[in-house]
Design a protein around this ligand. Structure first.
Ligand code: HPA
Length: 243
């Protein structure tokens, strides 16, 4: 974290954060809206007591996955003094390990997006190759499992595509052969930036559809009201884990 402190207006603190996506908007009204100015741009965040929520696509889901200002979002968390972060991710299901309407902890990821987003790319900070071991924090995972009060897998493998288009059936077949359980468009970028800065981080994936071709020709998504309910339940679980 110290290596880039000058870029992050670093404050000491014990704040906790959730970064969320699809389905989060309805929850934000009970949080106070604030703005943080970072080296990478402004970030709107929502605060209640010592917890911050960042809607990664901004309110009303305006930024596509490849347009999200990931570096600004994470830089804001650091400058606001966040030490623990839970990311929440809507995904498509590739294997039966995480069928639609269920959620679990992510244990590993693969990045097929072609994005190369890093705090240490030799531009604003010197080049550095960060190891991707122990990306997900075991103690935070334990707290999430306790807060969930039910069995929660912690070894889901997430594959990331660039989007915004969805995958072809052939791509999903290939990802399945490579060992992916779920597909999404945001986690790998966020996870690697958080690891670069050394934040304690866990990731909860919740499935809103079978990925293309997994269950026949046409994709179908759970309803938006079920998505909101599921997101709300996971957010509550995350907030309990952080309390
Ligand atoms: N593919 C990619 N991202 C997603 C999907 C999907 O099927 N569902 C939710 N996010």
């Amino acid at each position: 974290m110290a290596a880039s402190a000058e870029k992050h207006n670093l404050k000491e603190g014990k704040m906790k954060a959730v970064i969320a996506g699809t389905g989060v908007d309805e929850v934000l009204s009970s949080f106070e809206e604030n703005m943080e100015d970072t080296y990478y741009g402004y970030v709107t965040y929502y605060r209640k007591d010592d917890v911050i929520i960042i809607p990664r696509h901004r309110k009303n889901h305006t930024d596509s996955p490849s347009m999200v200002n990931y570096k600004a979002n994470i830089s804001a968390l650091v400058s606001l003094g966040c030490s623990e972060v839970i990311g929440i991710y809507a995904v498509g299901s590739i294997t039966d390990k995480l069928p639609p309407s269920s959620f679990a902890l992510v244990g590993d990821f693969m990045d097929f997006s072609g994005r190369s987003i890093s705090f240490f790319n030799g531009e604003e900070n010197p080049l550095k190759h960060t190891c991707m071991d122990n990306v997900f924090d075991s103690e935070l995972n334990r707290k999430i499992k306790e807060a969930a009060g039910c069995e929660l897998a912690d070894d889901i493998v997430y594959v990331m595509t660039n989007g915004p288009r969805l995958e072809t059936a052939g791509e999903i077949r290939a990802f399945c052969r490579l060992g992916a359980d779920v597909v999404g468009m945001t986690l790998a970028t966020e996870a690697s930036l958080l690891k670069e800065l050394g934040l304690r981080y866990s990731a909860l994936a919740y499935s809103i559809n079978w990925a293309q071709g997994v269950r026949g020709g046409e994709m179908s998504f759970i309803t938006s009201s079920d998505t909101s309910k599921l997101c709300r339940h996971i957010l509550d679980t995350a907030l309990r884990a952080l309390s």
